[in-house]
Design a protein around this ligand. Sequence first.
Ligand SMILES: [Zn+2]
Length: 223
Amino acid sequence: MNPFTVTAALRAAGAAVQATDLVLGGEVSAAFCAVRPPGHHAEYRNAMGFCFFNNVAVGVRHALDVHGLERVALIDFDVHHGNGSEDILRDDERVLMCSIYEKGLYPFPDGDDKRPGMVNVGLPSRSGSEAFREVVTQRWLPALEAFRPQLIYISAGFDAHRDDDMGNLALLESDYEWVTQQLMAVARRHCQGRVISCLEGGYVLSPLARSAGAHVKVLIGAD
Ligand SMILES: [Zn+2]
């Protein structure tokens, strides 16, 4: 922490709220919140893992409680498990959460899905692109199709990239481009392309920039 952390954390959570207002107000169809600190480890009661407020969960609850949506999906492809998002949203039947994470890494999840609306899949170290895409195709996409989300949030952490030493799943920017394409296709089918993505992890600047760039190009339809 430093003297500016509280301001930055408030703005990060506020960005998710503003993105939600802009997207649900019809001003934009998709938004990317380029924020730090990240949020997905922050639990209901605890700050954890560089995270103070759970930015994406604040956005999800804003969409549900203020805008009155009934079904919101949260996708998390950060290499670490989004324990905070799970903690806050697991008992909320209005939310479908789909995530992947690397087993054996912080915050060391127990690996159990808490209910059918929690599709959180742990992958072994060095799983690679093919295993990641298989989880997306076999687990996430059928759950999303059945759920018919009215809005999709993404916890967009890019620390599963091969060149990021925080994790070992060895993903590439082409994987982030591909998964974003899959999610945009779901969004176009069910919710007029409405997607809000919030930056989470990603700690080596060059792969972070390349991955976020590939992700945003798809979000804005420039892929
Ligand atoms: Zn992470």
